[in-house]
Design a protein around this ligand. Structure first.
Ligand SMILES: NC(=O)c1ccc[n+]([C@@H]2O[C@H](COP(=O)([O-])OP(=O)(O)OC[C@H]3O[C@@H](n4cnc5c(N)ncnc54)[C@H](O)[C@@H]3O)[C@@H](O)[C@H]2O)c1
Length: 261
């Protein structure tokens, strides 16, 4: 599971799952480029990684903006002598919780733009580098919502289902080029996003976190580090026969999850 000398781009790297993954991958020897639109979070994360001895760079970009994506890929090529080994295509937003019939169209478009178009743009602009070098590992962040319906989250559900579909299509297309494409499907992971979601649904953050923790057989919410371990494995050569798959990291939640409300 060594990542020595791997060059990795991590979107949404300023916080939560992206931050934990960047920290773990850097500790295993990867040079990481954090892509995010949160300048303060980028700085804080990069300082923590650098002070632990890791190699880290940052760039401020909105993953839903094609020009910004082309720029972060260009910057990665410059930093990494043209080689990109890993793309963790992870930036995402949750959008509001609202009934489908009331769901604001502008919020629908925003969630699709970041969570679906952003992942597509990352693939579109990083893959040419991986194809040319004949190797690479992409990990897209899906969700348990990639495979189950979540009431009140129509756009998030649509985007995350499509992320798993894109993962499979990309794996089918790129296997012969030596490039692997997988997805991770996190369950209830304690980050800003989950805290906001449970507060919207339950009304009180602490109670909400306790309620969702009970939805998983393991009886607790996940930590960003739990997801990072799986991503780091998929990024590594230890996963060299793994592609086109979507792996839950959810404390067993999907094994027992009921659909709908
Ligand atoms: N936390 C969970 O329970 C959970 C569960 C399933 C899936 N996920 C997915 O995991 C990924 C990471 O989420 P998280 O929980 O760490 O949330 P988070 O809010 O802590 O982190 C998301 C990061 O993405 C960045 N970001 C958002 N929009 C961006 C954009 N347009 N361009 C660049 N950066 C952008 C944010 O600034 C932030 O740093 C998301 O794709 C999310 O949908 C999270």
């Amino acid at each position: 599971m060594e990542l020595t000398d791997k060059h990795a781009i991590i979107t949404g790297g300023a916080a939560g799952i992206g931050r934990a993954t960047a920290t773990l991958m850097a500790s295993r020897g990867a040079a990481v480029l954090l892509v995010d639109r949160d300048e303060a979070g980028l700085k804080e994360t990069a300082e923590a990684i650098a002070s632990a001895g890791g190699t880290v760079h940052t760039t401020n970009a909105d993953v839903s903006d094609e020009q910004a994506v082309q720029e972060y890929v260009g910057y990665a090529k410059e930093l990494f002598d043209g080689r990109i080994d890993v793309l963790f295509n992870n930036a995402g937003i949750e959008g509001p919780i609202a009934d489908l019939v009331d769901y604001p169209v502008e919020d629908f478009d925003k969630v699709i733009a970041v969570n679906l178009r952003g992942v597509f743009l990352g693939l579109k602009h990083v893959l040419p580098v991986m194809i040319a070098q004949g190797s690479g590992s992409v990990i897209n962040t899906g969700s348990v919502a990639s495979v189950r319906g979540l009431a009140g989250a129509i756009s998030y559900n649509a985007a995350k289902s499509a992320v798993l579909g894109m993962t499979r299509a990309a794996a089918a297309e790129l296997g012969s080029a030596g490039v692997r494409v997988n997805a991770v499907l996190p369950g209830m992971i304690e980050t800003r996003m989950l805290r906001n979601l449970v507060t919207q649904i339950v009304g009180d953050e602490q109670t909400g976190l306790e309620v969702v923790a009970q939805s998983a057989p393991l009886g607790r919410n996940g930590l960003p580090e739990d997801v990072a371990e799986l991503v780091a494995f998929l990024a590594s050569d230890a996963a060299s026969y793994v592609t086109g798959a979507g792996y839950p990291v959810d404390g067993g939640g999907l094994a027992v999850m009921a659909n709908g409300r």
